[in-house]
Design a protein around this ligand. Structure first.
Ligand code: AMP
Length: 212
C-alpha cells in the first residue's frame, strides 16, 4: 500500500479520512494531534505552542520536523501524514527525509473545500478524546445526546482554534502557503485533487483508487 500525504484547508476532513484509512492498516501521523498532546501535558513548550495555535498561526518548521522525524524513523507500515507539510520548506525537508528513509512510495491528496463550507464545519465541530468527531450543524453528524460522545459516553469538547477569528487566519495562511506546495508535488507527478464537498464514502473510495 502506498503512503498518503494529505494537504487540505482546516476542517476539510483530513482527520475523518485518516481514521477511515487507519482501518486499512495505516499509521496516522497528525502534527496537530501531537502538538495538542504537548499542550495537554502542561509543559512550558506546550504553553508556548498553545499561544501560537490559539491565534491560528503556524508553529516553527524546526519543531514540527522533529515531531515528524521521530515518528517516521523506524516506521514499518504505510503512513498518513495529516497536517504536514504546511510550508514549502517543510515539503523540501520532508522530501529529503523520505528519501533518506527509503519511504518514497506515497501519493499526495489535496482535499479542496471553499472557505464558507470549511468555516461552517469548523464552527460546528466537536471532538472526543477517543478520537470521534461530530458536527452540530449537520443532522447526520450530530451526537445523539447533546455534548456526549455516542461511542464512549465522554463529554465532547470544542477545539480552541475552531472560532471564527482563528479560523480565518488558519484558512488564509493555508491558501498562501499551499500554492507552492501544490506546484512542488505537481512537478513530482504526485498530486491528486479531490472535491471535499463529496460524501465521506465517496472521498474514501476516490482515495483508495489513487492508492491502489
Ligand atoms: P490541525 O489539527 O492540523 O488543524 O493543526 C492545528 C494547528 O497546529 C495549526 O493551526 C498550527 O497552528 C499547528 N500545526 C499543525 N501542523 C503544523 C505544521 N505542519 N506546521 C506548523 N504548524 C502546524
Amino acid at each position: 500500500m502506498k503512503s498518503v500525504i494529505f494537504i487540505a484547508p482546516p476542517a476539510a476532513g483530513k482527520g475523518t479520512q485518516s481514521s477511515r484509512l487507519e482501518d486499512l492498516g495505516y499509521i496516522h501521523i497528525s502534527t496537530g494531534d501531537m502538538l495538542r498532546e504537548e499542550i495537554s501535558s502542561g509543559s512550558k513548550l506546550g504553553m508556548e505552542i498553545k499561544e501560537i495555535i490559539d491565534k491560528g498561526n503556524l508553529v516553527s518548521d524546526e519543531l514540527v520536523y522533529e515531531l515528524i522525524k521521530n515518528k517516521l524513523d523506524n516506521i514499518t507500515k504505510p503512513f498518513i501524514l495529516d497536517g504536514y507539510p504546511r510550508t514549502l520548506t517543510q515539503a523540501e525537508s520532508l522530501d529529503n527525509l523520505l528519501q533518506e528513509l527509503n519511504l518514497n512510495n506515497y501519493e499526495v491528496i489535496y482535499l479542496d473545500l471553499p472557505f464558507e463550507e470549511a468555516l461552517k464545519r469548523a464552527l460546528g465541530r466537536l471532538t472526543c478524546s477517543c478520537g470521534a468527531s461530530y458536527n452540530i450543524y449537520y443532522k447526520n453528524l450530530a451526537p445523539k445526546k447533546e455534548g456526549i460522545c455516542d461511542k464512549c459516553g465522554e463529554e465532547l469538547t470544542k477545539r480552541c482554534d475552531d472560532n471564527e477569528e482563528s479560523f480565518k487566519v488558519r484558512f488564509e495562511t493555508f491558501i498562501n502557503n499551499t500554492k507552492p506546495i501544490k506546484e512542488y508535488y505537481e512537478n513530482k507527478n504526485k498530486l491528486h485533487i479531490i472535491d471535499a464537498l463529496a460524501s465521506n464514502e465517496e472521498i474514501t473510495d476516490k482515495i483508495k483508487e489513487i492508492l491502489k
